[in-house]
Design a protein around this ligand. Structure first.
Ligand code: ADP
Ligand code: MG
Length: 390
């Protein structure tokens, strides 16, 4: 049964009728531009063909009632109980319900109508693997309330409201990339987002390449501390460099040439961190003409360089990610491989010739398990459209 059929059947079971609408919203993976979003850089994500499906109808009362199939849980809340993060029985909302409730809250704050709804949802975006299952949930619900609320916003505006829900209601300090990719994805296209201006455009991703995601299933605790340290190092680099380069606001404003000239002014660790960012921003700009030409060999080389930089300069890799990348880079059909996301665990992303993707995936899983003793999770993906009403 497809996810769409499953969610329709569950809605019917729960609410005794067929749903009026179904929306789908994808997860995402980032191909280039890592740890540059908070330095005003550029990111190159795609929306993937793993997604949440949400079936819904207008509510019969003022209660919004949601069934999360994957968790076998149900919750009801109203606009009135929203601010206190309570359900209709005055109990604390469970964590998973903060995502849809947060969307309702953010829309309400923006003065947008959020009529009560009843809904059921399921998703094949793995949770907590760095493929943005949370942004997919948010984008599905923004679209659901748009459908019932009688207002219409462009996808980037919907993404910003989802980000606000996650930052201010759920309490997770994420950037805009995840919701952006889930809202704005285009089939067979890469997205190129300027994290400073929020301007974006798409670039072609040839049909004969596949995006293979490999999940180490390793999760290291305390990564938020490391993340904050990286951010502080970047801020310190800007502070010191601005003595010689007045007016710079972030590492985005520093060219590789200017950086090389001034790098010796920086403490050693800060220099390495900032070098990753400055060079990664250059790579993510340099990728544009390569993608326009369909040059997967050179684009793959940039992906490989990105991994080496994250490993050696930014120091956010772990042995398992390095192993997964090393095995991948030795296999036929692999243009490029790197860790994706914040690091310290999670997934790698691989650019692979489509006709070799199945063999690549099997060999990668076997090679990784040989070395680490753990079987990874592998997803062969395509670039898909962003959130939509079906
Ligand atoms: P990710 O990298 O997958 O976005 P997060 O920790 O940001 O990881 O978000 C995962 C959370 O999003 C889950 O713990 C859950 O609360 C919510 N979520 C994701 N997918 C689902 C789902 N299918 N059903 C219910 N809640 C979900
Ligand atoms: Mg998330």
């Amino acid at each position: 049964m497809s996810l769409q059929e499953t969610v329709n059947a569950t809605f019917q079971e729960c609410f005794g009728e067929t749903p009026a609408y179904v929306v789908r919203a994808p997860g995402r993976v980032n191909l280039l531009g890592e740890h540059v979003d908070y330095n005003d850089g550029f990111v190159l994500p795609i929306a993937i063909d793993r997604e949440i499906w949400l079936a819904f109808s207008p509510g019969d009362t003022d209660q919004t009632t949601l069934r999360a199939l994957d968790l076998s849980e149900q919750v009801s809340f109203t606009l009135k109980t929203l601010a206190s993060k309570k359900d209709s029985a005055d109990k604390d909302l469970p964590i998973w319900a903060l995502y849809p409730a947060g969307v309702m809250w953010a829309l309400k704050e923006a003065g947008l109508a959020t009529p009560a709804l009843k809904g059921a949802y399921t998703s094949n975006v793995p949770q907590g693997s760095g493929l943005s299952s949370s942004a997919a949930v948010e984008m599905a619900f923004v679209l659901a309330w748009q459908t019932l609320g009688g207002w219409k916003l462009p996808p980037m505006e919907r993404a910003l409201l989802g980000q606000k829900a996650e930052n201010r209601y759920v309490g997770v300090n994420c950037g805009i990339m995840d919701q952006f990719a889930s809202a704005c994805g285009k089939q067979d296209r890469l997205l190129h987002l300027d994290c400073r201006s929020l301007e974006w455009h798409t670039l072609p991703l040839p049909n004969d390449v596949a995006i293979v995601i490999a999940d180490t299933r390793m999760r290291r605790a305390l990564t938020s501390g490391e993340y904050n340290k990286r951010r502080l190092d970047c801020e310190e680099a800007v502070r010191i460099l601005s003595e010689k380069l007045p007016g710079i606001k972030s590492l985005r404003d520093v060219s590789v040439e200017a950086f090389n000239r001034l790098a010796s002014q920086l403490p050693e660790r800060v220099e390495r961190r900032a070098r990753h960012v400055v060079e990664e921003i250059e790579r993510s700009v340099g990728a544009i003409p390569l993608l326009e030409k369909g040059d997967m060999v050179e684009f793959g080389r940039l992906i490989n360089q990105c991994h080496a930089s994250l490993r050696d300069l930014y120091e956010v890799s772990i042995t398992e990610l390095d192993t997964m990348v090393r095995v991948a880079q030795s296999l036929p059909g692999c243009y490029g491989a790197r860790l994706t996301g914040a690091g310290f665990g999670g997934c790698t992303v691989n650019l692979v010739a489509r006709e070799q993707a199945e063999a690549f995936s099997r060999a990668l899983a076997a090679g990784y398990e040989d070395e680490t003793g753990f079987p990874p999770e592998i997803y062969v993906c395509s670039a898909s459209n962003g959130a939509e009403v079906i």
